[in-house]
Design a protein around this ligand. Sequence first.
Ligand code: NOJ
Length: 525
Amino acid sequence: MTGWWEGAVGYQIYVRSFADADGDGVGDLPGARERLPYLADLGVDVIWLTPFYPSPQADHGYDVSDYTGVDLVFGSVADVDHLVADAHRLGLRVLIDLVPNHTSDRHPWFADARASRDSDRRDWYVWRDPAPDGGPPNNWVSHFGGPAWTFDEVTGQYYLHLFLPEQPDLNWDHPEVRSAFRRILTFWFDRGVDGFRIDVAHALVKDPGLRDDPWIDGPPADDASPQEVFAALDHVHDLDQPAVLDIYREWRQVARRYDAVLVGEVYLLRPEALTRYVEGRDGLHAAFCFPVLKVDWDGPRIREILQRSVAAGGDRLAWPLSSHDDPRAATRFGGGPTGSRRALAYLALLCALPGVPFIYQGDELGLEDGEVAAGADPIAVRNPGATGRDGARTPIPWAPGPGYGFTTGEPWLGFGANRHDGLTMLAQDADPGSHLNAVRRLLACRRGLTGLHAAATVQWLDTTPGVVAFRRGDVLAACNAGDRSAVVTLPADGELVHATGGDTRVEDRELHLPADVTAYVRLPS
Ligand code: NOJ
């Protein structure tokens, strides 16, 4: 694809854990703004800010009660304006998070809808009579545990919520819902934002008959976690309905006028399912590819997932290294120094693919999940024993000392027992051998690889088992996910232009690659 997005590197700011300027313990927009020069220096091109809108915070901002405001805890609309202006001065683009699948149950739209069956906005949400036994209208389940339906005593019907009961799903068949969101897009585009990350982009439209989803292998055990229950259903009726693309076709028209991009959180785990979201010129500009963030440190498996993903979406995909919803890459890949080394190698691999790699805040420091007692994420709070998302959301350690330079107050969530001064941004900044400086070198090198950026296609190479290797343009990228050093035979004499770890060398048309390292070799074009 073409435009400012091409060749970019993204960075996700989970606002409440990034930087707190006013000392209330919660990250905010002025705090993020102060750190923009750090991000420009890191070498990223586009930042994505997680929701900062007014919200009761039942799901930490993904329950929006006003789409054109800013929650006091995060700042003001003027703070968004200042942040966008500074970002643009620094050459950074700004994506903000749009949450169109559901609102907060405190949104005035829902207050109106639930007041009476005759309310003007009743049909902005999905209401159904109880099943004959008085239970929910179908077998859909919430991502966060329990049925996807809550009974409303006042009006005697159930409403649908694919997430918390505090997050009622909007009815996207309603033309006024559609026009309301077109106005929201325009509101933020007029303020200068460069695009949206679209939350749950694969789920806005549901099966018109709200039919039951089939169980894959029968209903799960009584003690199954919410994630296991959700995975036990074949989501053919509640997710991934083709008609959702009609919405993005409308939005694309709006975005086009502002040279803005739409990047979908299409949380589907088969890469092939992403294709229809991004193909052609009127779908989403890009979709996040979550299969790459689910994979273990296993060469053949990584190769299979990357190969299938590139075939499905090519340069129209965004590659998340980690996110606020999943364990961090360093944790996924084994934790400790090895986990961080692998996470760096994986980032380098993603950086060589067509499409846009996304660093999640703290990945550049090689952070593992913070070791905190589950206490904030509703998944863990409401489902005793379930794994929540708090570990990936602990605040960023910027500097040694109390509050780690994140806050002068009491942080809303602990940093984690495994944090120490050596992990802080300041300590790493001063150490040429740090993870932070390795990421800076990687992004600087990537930027200069013109032959890589010029090529949209990838040629996969069969090398030693455990090594994932491909050629893109004049660059050969190879990642050794095996357990010992490997030798990769090169198709021609090449020059080693980058390696994420020492002891990597090119000699006699061979790349000597230690375990857990990625190297870039420039070949004659
Ligand atoms: C995906 C978001 O990333 C996640 O944090 C949120 O809980 C759900 N969507 C619901 O909005």
